[in-house]
Design a protein around this ligand. Sequence first.
Ligand SMILES: NC(=O)C1=CN([C@@H]2O[C@H](COP(=O)(O)OP(=O)(O)OC[C@H]3O[C@@H](n4cnc5c(N)ncnc54)[C@H](OP(=O)(O)O)[C@@H]3O)[C@@H](O)[C@H]2O)[C@@H](O)CC1
Ligand SMILES: Nc1ncnc2c1ncn2[C@@H]1O[C@H](COP(=O)(O)OP(=O)(O)O)[C@@H](O)[C@H]1O
Length: 310
Amino acid sequence: MYLSSFLPDPDTKSKQQKVEKGMDKGGGKNTSAYALVEGSDILKLLKPRADFSHKGTYGHALIVAGAAETMGAALLSAKGCLYGGAGLTTLSIPESGLTALNTSLPEVMYLDRDALGLIKKDATDKYNAIAIGPGIGKDKQAEKILEQLLKAKRALILDADALNILSSRTDLLSNILPHSILTPHLKEFDHLFGEHKNWESRLETAVTKAREMQIVIVLKNQYTFIIDEQGSVFINPTGNPAMAQGGMGDVLTGLITAYIAQGHTSKDAAVLACYFHGKAGDELAARYFNVTASKIAMQIPKTVRRILNR
Ligand SMILES: NC(=O)C1=CN([C@@H]2O[C@H](COP(=O)(O)OP(=O)(O)OC[C@H]3O[C@@H](n4cnc5c(N)ncnc54)[C@H](OP(=O)(O)O)[C@@H]3O)[C@@H](O)[C@H]2O)[C@@H](O)CC1
Ligand SMILES: Nc1ncnc2c1ncn2[C@@H]1O[C@H](COP(=O)(O)OP(=O)(O)O)[C@@H](O)[C@H]1O
């Protein structure tokens, strides 16, 4: 299989560039080999729910998201995290969203925005994973929250408006810690790292930036590319156009956060989340013409169970 099969550009130089099957064959330090994620890779990464385990075993995730008009993005991320199996999920939203949170997701806890300043360095507080971005907006207040979290010197999952803020505050990029995960779609990526004429050059930049910053980049599209800290590129084959609806990325962010909370590395968390997100969408698309983001989140435990039972 060739790289061009996974790119929307009809005419790309890399037509003859081979994509290997199986994650173990990912590109090394100085190569740009592409590896296709397969179900067998996912089975190797999944951690079973162990006997005698409890909520503490599966980590505590914190998601900083939402604003008055985009509270839905926060709720969808929290839903992704909850259904992704985090032991505990806490959502930091504006207080105006509390009733919506308590009525729609009673399992999820709330953290006041003012308490974000208490997040400690080096994971010495109770959160095993921290995500910021879905629906937080791009105003000064959102910028301040992002700056504050970056100061805590923790690896973060950065999505949506957090990426938009970084595009206009590029000085903050140097505060992103190694093993952080950036989840841009095409436009967010180009705003952040410059305009690209085609996907091949966009991918090259993603590889360079992931290596330079020692981060994981989840470059979202029909086939999402996951680029790890060494610049290895993993292509996610799951997902379909029935999933092209708002809020889908918010759920993905919650899922990634759930897998980090459960102790996976940044690359593995991103690979697992993208695979299951798309696979849930594929299962639903067999029955529904289009699938909503909420439905994807709720399908995740069934999808994971099915794959484990294979
Ligand atoms: N319920 C809620 O509260 C929801 C809240 N949300 C939250 O709101 C915030 C802003 O989100 P947003 O959708 O307004 O802006 P953003 O995602 O930057 O898109 C802007 C434009 O970019 C383009 N574009 C996007 N994807 C593309 C792609 N893959 N490939 C190519 N182009 C692509 C497309 O432009 P077009 O192609 O239509 O010209 C699109 O119109 C953010 O924080 C998010 O989390 C949403 O999640 C929805 C549910
Ligand atoms: N046609 C498609 N095929 C497969 N996956 C898709 C398709 N359209 C969207 N998605 C997935 O949905 C998500 C969209 O993310 P994003 O653009 O950030 O959405 P939002 O901001 O509305 O939450 C990505 O994970 C992307 O891979």
